[in-house]
Ligand binder design. Structure first.
Ligand code: URA
Length: 434
């Protein structure tokens, strides 16, 4: 088979055969296809699309390009959640212990943040001592005994995705629904859980800017999951404002902690309960969604979810005392309040711009090699729909270097639109696909 023919078939809008797709994935992973030919094929896929069958075959070839996680040492129903990425999305930090407190086995492998979106591993590492690297035995033991572990990837899962994603990143081919669906699902399938709940973010802070695109992505990922024997569902949730107030690493851990303590911003609280309820429902459809939501709320109210979080952090070497006495949690030395320059309603937020503002403070990476400042970040105090008076704080920023504030403040201010008229706050949940 010649790579030239595979490229020309897709360029001409043909459906690729299973053989062609597997040939590309295998040979590219083995470095026998050069980047320029792989780029041409990715661009052809970007422009011509892929059928659900082609996407499913591409996903399974990507899974088979590397190792798969064997979770058979873990007893019980193993569940996983995945967010397509947003600003201030710290739901994993709360949902994992809530679901574990309700009896699910949450064996979670997470990633790092890049660009305007954060990563769960970076957030957890802001807890002094937290270890993201566990051996397979330690991981299985922790999930069996506590019910939850959040670690970085250990095995060589879906190496084809790693190579393809790096190439897509520099060839303007990231935002293709079949390529995103196969990239995400190859990693989820290789991670070995029985149930997969996807949180597909929609809006100005997300990859998917429209509900239509998000719906198509969700349907594609859910059908790939079921085709590979996994119970899979997706929620479509709004990402037109940061989720909660906190955007950063340490600040997000503290906000997730508030949710586990029964407080926290209402949108974040609502989304964490929703995700935990859907995970429970997916794992056992005999339980209705309202029953599952009540169980999740109860795990927060009786303190079991918070206890699970403490147990997980302790087991992974984290200093739980900084969570119990929050004033001891590492803090940035500098702080700046952003005051409203006039009265008005916030009518829209360019949430990606707010993520970039946090990145400029040191909370995120522009390039994979960059290091992050765990104490840097911001609190978005006023969000779409809120009325603000001139002189009132609209955001609070934290950094280790005062010279970073001006650029971050400008970016933040540019991300806000104001109106003299009241504006509706759109509902958090847009849709559900199963
Ligand atoms: N996240 C992924 O893992 N892959 C994509 O292609 C996009 C978002």
């Amino acid at each position: 088979m010649r790579m030239y023919d595979v490229i020309s078939h897709k360029r001409d809008g043909k459906v690729l055969s299973e053989e062609e797709i597997r040939f590309f994935v295998q040979e590219y992973t083995a470095d026998r296809i050069p980047d320029y030919q792989a780029s041409a094929l990715l661009m052809a896929i970007y422009l011509k699309g892929m059928t659900p069958e082609e996407t499913s075959i591409l996903t399974s070839a990507m899974v088979q390009s590397g190792e798969t996680e064997d979770l058979s040492m873990i007893q019980g129903i193993k569940a996983d959640k995945h967010s397509t990425g947003g600003v201030g999305d710290k739901t994993t930090l709360a949902v994992i212990p809530i679901a574990a407190a309700c009896g699910l086995k949450m064996a979670k492998m997470s990633g790092r943040g890049l660009g305007h979106t954060g990563g769960t591993l970076d957030k957890l590492e802001s807890i002094p001592g937290y270890r993201i690297a566990l051996s397979e035995q330690e991981f299985a033991h922790q999930v069996n005994t506590i019910g939850a572990a959040v670690i970085g990837q250990t095995r060589n899962l879906a190496p084809a995705d790693k190579k393809m994603y790096a190439l897509r990143d520099v060839t303007a081919t990231v935002s293709s629904i079949p390529l995103i669906a196969s990239s995400i699902m190859s990693k989820k399938l290789a991670s070995g859980s029985d149930c997969i709940l996807l949180d597909v973010k929609v809006g100005s802070g997300a990859f998917m800017k429209t509900v239509q695109e998000a719906q198509a992505l969700a349907e594609m990922m859910v059908s790939i999951g079921w085709a590979h024997g996994k119970k899979t569902a997706a929620l479509l949730t709004r990402m037109d404002t940061p989720l909660g107030h906190a955007v950063g690493n340490g600040v997000e851990v503290l906000e997730a902690l508030q949710v586990l303590k029964g407080g926290g911003p209402e949108d974040l609280q609502q989304e964490c309960v929703l995700l935990a309820a859907h995970l429970l429902h997916l794992s056992d459809e005999k339980r209705t969604l309202p029953e599952c939501a009540a169980q999740a709320q109860n795990a927060i109210a009786n303190g079991r979810a918070l206890q699970k979080f403490y147990e997980m952090v302790t087991a992974q070497g984290g200093d739980v005392s900084v969570l119990q006495q929050e004033e001891r949690f590492p803090q940035a030395p500098f702080e700046r309040a952003l005051l409203a320059q006039h009265d008005g309603y916030i009518s829209a937020m360019d949430t990606e711009g707010i993520g970039i503002s946090a990145m400029l403070l040191g909370a995120g990476r522009q390039k994979k090699e960059d290091s992050i400042d765990p104490t840097a970040g911001l609190l978005s105090l006023k969000k779409t729909g809120d009325f603000v008076r001139r002189g009132e704080p609209i955001a609070r920023m934290y950094a280790s270097d005062e010279t970073l504030f001006d650029a971050a403040e400008n970016t933040y201010r540019q991300a806000l639109c104001f109106s003299a008229q009241p504006v509706d706050r759109p509902p958090l949940l847009i849709g559900y696909v199963s």
